[in-house]
Every structure is written in structure tokens, then in C-alpha cells.
Write a protein that binds this ligand. Sequence first.
Ligand code: NAD
Length: 501
Amino acid sequence: MTMSQGSGPIYHNFINGEWVPAASGEVFENRNPANTEDLVGYFAKSARTDAERAIAAATRAFDHWRLVPAPKRAEILYRAGQMLVDRKERLAREMTREMGKVLEEARGDVQEAIDMTFFMAGEGRRQHGQTAPSELRDKFAMSIRQPIGVCAVITPWNFPMAIPSWKILPALVCGNTVVLKPATLTPLSALNFVKVLEEAGVPPGVVNLVTGGGGDVGNTLLEASAVNVVSFTGSTEVGRTVSTKAAPSFKKVHLEMGGKNIIVVMDDADLELAVDGCVWGGFGTTGQRCTAASRVAVHRAVYQAFVDRYTARVRELKVGDGLDASVQMGPSVSRGQLETVMQYVGIGKGEGATLACGGHALDKGAYAKGFFHEPTVFTDVHPQMRIAQEEIFGPVVSVIPFDSFDEAVAIANGVEYGLSASIYTRDINLAFRAMRDLHTGLFYVNAPTIGAEVHLPFGGTKNTGNGHREAGEAALDVFSEWKSIYVDFSGRLQRAQIDTE
Ligand code: NAD
């Protein structure tokens, strides 16, 4: 799979069970965002031909794979799950090196893939359909899940192994084949996951990996008539393009996109607990989680007390290389992402928000070779300001004061996204009203906006999603379609809705 060349290893595509370079022979670099002198490796810079080969391999493999009994498919997944357990530490370290998240969180990312592998392996013996009575005598009625075909899986860089796993595993257990195009910033973790699937015994062509840009590889996947399902996680802007390009061939399109998540802190909240949640929710993964709590709305009665404690804690966060166990927040994933953060800090200042802490890129000493930024909090933010409306995807949190629960609900719902929200309160009635009235796909009580588990549906409303969910049993709905089957064992013609006997 890899050969040493120059200063770093070369990693290939995985097509039809073989590790092969891009047809053009071209590669792109993958560097450590905490230290850009650290070259993680070279990856295949693929183009249309490579994607087409992968689609052809997946199309051929589907004929065989769909007929493998689901419990047998699942046995391969169980083996893969155990291999991930055995390799967890190495895979996590490689992830931190290519993506920057602190090692503890990289272990969590691999753990999510492990959890999803075992959960979906269990679906090998479930995938329950329905049996129902028939309105006619001697007639049997049931529904079963059927695989759909070739699934294009397009993933972002922020959960480099977990997100591919969330899509590939339900696709496989349902009997589909896959072409994975991971983000160009984090191809190694995706490749490591595919390698595990290969070694666990997934047959040639059933899972294919094609690394390279969205324009080249992504477009080919979206336009190919042989691709039946597209499962995409990424920005809302690219999601719109994906949706549009996949529409003419009527692909089933599953989109998980941006967020502008909120934690609501009521006047009766346990403030210490709320501060803990807002630090973790806002600055975990350097604010680069789709569920990051980039807005915190605080009741005016406890506003100043909250802000004092929160900013004191945020100032103490240790920023640095995620491989250092004492570091709490790593770098932004790329220079582009760091520049976005810096731009939004400028926008927040220009809009008149109070810069309560942070606000600067870190580029001296140990930080000089990476994409580091201070954890940053704006206070006195108006809910309509751009920093409170737009996804920043970095370590910047906007604190917004409010006077009543109803106002908090309006603030929470007053954005274009609907992924995750949370409330800190001791009032059970308010908690239940918030559960009902905040228009998001995920909701937490007395916990931050991050912390989803693999066995419940995951996804968002409004411009975050297009109505599908991943994870849990809901993921099967993306990667299978229902077939209703009627078996008439009466030996005579019986006409539904017409014959009465
Ligand atoms: P992105 O939209 O830039 O890229 C996502 C993927 O799409 C990458 O693999 C990219 O190469 C590919 N792509 C780009 N252009 C394409 C095109 N024209 N055709 C096909 N594919 C194309 O997103 P990103 O920067 O990698 O990730 C960050 C974004 O992902 C954030 O907006 C975040 O909120 C979102 N995200 C959402 C969820 C969720 O579950 N809702 C989870 C994680 C991340």
C-alpha cells in the first residue's frame, strides 16, 4: 500500500481490492496542522478516470455482495470492530497528526467508529421488516429492506474516521457497495479505516477509496448514473451543490451540513455545570465540531456571574500540539480555516460585540509552525450579528443575554441551521418546553450540544439537513429501500379493494 519516497510515504487509492496510484500518477501532500514541517504523507490526486474505475468496481461487486446473507456481512464487521479496538491508539495518533484534534478526542473519534461497527454488525441480524394481516383470505403481507446499489460517500475532515464509518457501515450491512471520497485534509484516517475493512475480509470492489478534490472526484460521483445513493457530510454551501448535481439522475441524497448550535443558560441553572458544558461544547475539537456550541444565551439575572466564570476558564485553556497530553485545544485544521476564524474575529469587533477574551492568532515560538488561535469569547452579542448567525467552525463563542424563556427560544430558533441545542435549568417544565420548542435534530438537558451516541438518530433540521438521519436504526433508511411483498396462497384470483370474501 505504501512506499517511501522522498521525505514521506505515498498512499494509494483502493479500487477493486487493490491499492493503486491515481491514473495520472499525481499526488497531494498531507501535513500536520500543528507543525507544517511534519509531512504525514502523499496521497493519490485522483481525477475522473479513477472515480469511474471505482464506480465500475462497486457496480460489479454489488451483484455478489447483495446476495451475501446479512449476518455473514455482519461477521466481517465484527472482525473489523475488533481490529479497530486493537489498533485504536495508533489510529488515534495518526489522526491527531493529520487533523490536529487532541489525542483524547482522536481516541474518541476512533471509538465512535468502533461503536458504530459493532452496532451496525448487530443490524446484520435485525433489519426488521413488517408483517401485517392481509384484507383477503389466504394471503400473506410483509415488507423487507432491500439494498439500493452503489453509494457515494463524501466526508469532511472534522471527524475523519467516525463520519466515514457512520455511512459505510450501514451501507455495507444493508448489502450496498461503496465509493468513499474523504476530505483532502484528512485522507489517512479514512484510508486506515478502509484498510481495516479490507483486512477484516470485505470482498474486492465492495468498498473503494478514491482520494482527491471535490471538483474532480466528487463531481464524477454525483454525475454517474451508476451511483444510486449519495451520503454527504460537509458545509451547507457544498451540500447545495451536491443536491443540485445529484438531482437529474434522481439519486437518493442524504445531507448533513452546517450548524450554529446554542446552549441556553437559565437563571436557575447550576452555573458551574453550565460553564463546564460551555467550555467543552465551545472549544472541544477547537470549535470544529458540527455540533459545537458557538452560541451561548444566558439569562440576564446570571449573565455577569456566568461571563466572569466562563471567560476565566476559557483563558486557562492550554493550546498546542494535540499529541502533548497536557494540551486541551489543538490548532485549526488548515491555514484557510484559521483565516476564517481571524476574519470572524474582525467581523465581531466591527459589529460592536465585546471581545471578552482571546481574539488573536498564535504564531510565536512553539506555535510558529501551526495554525493556532486563542480561544475567543465575544460577549454582549446581539442575536442578529453575523458572528451569532454564521457558522465559524473555530474557537469563537458568542455570548448573548436574554430576559425570558420565550426570548431564548426565539434566539435559539432564529438561525438558518438546526443541528443541536441544549438548556441548563433545574426547572423540569422549562426543560420539557425547550425539548419541544427548539427546532433541532439533537437536544440536550444539562449537558452541552456535543455528545451524541451511535445508536440514536443523528442529524439536523432546516439548512443542516434534508430530512434524513444517520446513526441508529434510522441510518438503514438511507441505505435501503422498502419492498412490500404479497403472497397469495389461495390458488384463485383475489382482488384487493374489490373482492369482499
Ligand atoms: P466541505 O463542504 O468543504 O467538504 C466536505 C466534502 O465535500 C469534502 O470531502 C470535499 O472534498 C467535498 N466536496 C467539495 N466540493 C465538492 C463538490 N463540488 N462535489 C462533491 N464533493 C465536494 O466541508 P468541510 O470543510 O470538509 O467540513 C466542515 C463542514 O462540515 C462544516 O460546515 C460542518 O458543520 C459540516 N459538518 C456537518 C456535520 C453534520 O452532521 N451535520 C458533521 C460534521 C461536519
